[in-house]
Design a protein around this ligand. Structure first.
Ligand SMILES: CC(C)(COP(=O)(O)OP(=O)(O)OC[C@H]1O[C@@H](n2cnc3c(N)ncnc32)[C@H](O)[C@@H]1OP(=O)(O)O)[C@@H](O)C(=O)NCCC(=O)NCCS
Length: 221
């Protein structure tokens, strides 16, 4: 699914279960000591996906350890992103020379848990979601919005080190599989462009979103 959302030059790998062997480097395995089996398998399969994405860039397998804020530390010269949810794991990678930021997210399709929507959206976004649902109620719009905010955050955070809450992002979802996330960091905090364009896809009981920002505007097809 994820490759449908990515421009050329971005490699990806995904898995819908943890059936394939997914060996960890010792430093990665050490992070999983004492963790629940579900988390260990999810972590390992996502690392296997990441190493496949790196291999497609011609890069050797390496340990992918969490850095500040939980963002994975990719090898020098590479940007990437990882996601996992029930029934899905994926990773994407690209040369830093071509791609400035990547963020992906996956969620189970369907409504958000009760009470969550009010916490993660503005009144304007809720009105936007109501309009979208009136036009097409086959799409789990609130999940798409939630996932798109997380994908934008994963592209934003490694470049800035700045945590943002869900209410610090304003989402617009044109119907045709795209979105724009405008992030609102503290005034004067960074010089990174806070407007991220992305794409989304719903299918197989999942919502998947991706942000890929080219180094040179318009350079990714
Ligand atoms: C970090 C966060 C985005 C992860 O999303 P999630 O749906 O909980 O989990 P996912 O499985 O999709 O993604 C987890 C992976 O994201 C990556 N990740 C974690 N923190 C990250 C960060 N700060 N920046 C980039 N990637 C991050 C990791 O690779 C992690 O997997 P791993 O621990 O196995 O390496 C989420 O937990 C969070 O903190 N959100 C609050 C901030 C936010 O989203 N704001 C939105 C408005 S900007």
């Amino acid at each position: 699914m994820i490759e449908e959302l990515l421009p050329s030059g971005v490699t990806s790998s995904e898995a819908f279960d943890d059936a394939a062997p997914a060996p960890l480097f010792p430093a990665e395995a050490a992070l999983m000591v004492g963790r629940r089996e579900r988390r260990r398998r999810q972590f390992a399969t996502a690392r296997a996906c990441a190493r496949r994405a790196l291999a497609d860039l011609g890069r050797q397998p390496v340990a992918l350890l969490p850095g500040p804020g939980g963002a994975p530390q990719w090898p020098s010269g590479v940007v990437g992103s990882i996601t996992h949810c029930e029934g899905y794991r994926a990773a994407v990678a690209a040369p830093r020379a071509a791609v400035a930021a990547l963020g992906i997210d996956a969620e189970p399709a369907g409504p958000l848990p009760r009470g969550v929507l009010a916490l993660i959206t503005s009144p304007a976004e809720r009105a936007h979601l109501a309009d979208l649902a009136a036009a097409d109620n086959s799409v789990p719009w609130e999940r798409v919005l939630f996932s798109a905010k997380e994908a934008a955050y994963k592209a934003w955070y490694p470049a800035t080190g700045i945590w943002l809450g869900f209410r610090d992002a304003a989402l617009v979802l044109p119907p045709a599989g795209t979105f724009t996330a405008t992030l609102h960091p503290p005034a004067g905090a960074v010089s990174v462009d806070p407007v991220y364009g992305g794409r989304w896809l719903a299918g197989r009981g999942l919502v998947v979103t991706a942000v890929a920002r080219p180094v040179h505007a318009g350079a990714l097809a």
